[in-house]
Design a protein around this ligand. Sequence first.
Ligand code: FA5
Length: 340
Amino acid sequence: MISEQLETIKEQLLAEINGAERVNQIGQIRAKAFGKSGSISALSKGMRDLSPEERPKFGAMINELKKVIEESLSLKEGELEEIELKNKLESEQVDITEPSNIREIGALHPIADVIDRLTDICVDMGFSVVEGPEIESDYYNFEAMNIPKNHPSRDMQDTFFITDEILLRSHTSAVQAREMETRKPPFKIICPGKTYRNDSDATHSPIFHQIEGLVIDENISMADLKSMLTILMRRLYGNDTKIRFRPSFFPFTEPSIEVDVSCPSCHGKGCKICKGSGMLELLGAGIVNPKVLEMSGIDSKKYRGFAFGFGLDRTAMILNSINNIRNFYRNDIRFLEQMK
Ligand code: FA5
């Protein structure tokens, strides 16, 4: 009786194992055979009803059955695992000949790039970075810079006035007085930002960018200013660029200088861009006028200072050999793409 039962269970289990199509079915068949209420476990329990003489014989038959079923399960499991792996590899295959999605790489706008470069060089030299308002009062833009109302030097900068007292700042020098009023010397600051003037040609734009530098300390001299500017220009343009210091005039510095560098378009030979001179004016600078120090509450007997104002658009033109300043403001993607 038990032997018939055993044979039936064996056939059923083997048929199920043969018919299995997925690895997880093998687990289910294993539980069905060897689990607590599994068919082979039930046979083992049935041994209790046999006589002591019959038990060893059927015990050996059950062990043989267990062995056969376990071997078939393992064999089938191996086969199914192999098939599943093969199917998975085939379905997940990557076609390396497919064209890839090329991601566009952006680039900084040349002026933003110049601001970053100059700021990094100045920060290396110990300057702190400050900001000031673009909509400025007449006082900070002109009066505190020793340019009183109706003074002819106001004509040097064709300014956009909003009211009699409020204007779009025409230079970042407006930040000087704001900082001198609040800081205690010695200090070194730079202020990069937008500036506005009623100007427009190949090297002048109504909106442009400057970076203002101001150093206030004891015993400051023209030699400090010239050596600092030389180091700065060399780090920015490399050692080959020609640099020219010229005497100049600004009401807020005395003495004053202007600094020119060789023209990017003709490399010093003279062309339309540089109006035949071979050089482009890049910045104004000088020793801070003692009157400006006093107006901002700094003791001009104890402290001196130097200041400089770089034109950043011109700097970007020279670095990228661009011959028309308007290109920076046209937002032409083809122009910007060349900057990568
Ligand atoms: C000034 O603006 C002074 N505040 C600079 C200064 C600062 C002098 C501190 C002394 C001490 P200037 O007007 O020369 O100076 O302008 C400085 C630079 O700004 C110029 O050399 C030029 O590179 C740039 N610049 C002036 N106007 C324009 C414009 N319309 N478009 C583009 N760049 C300009």
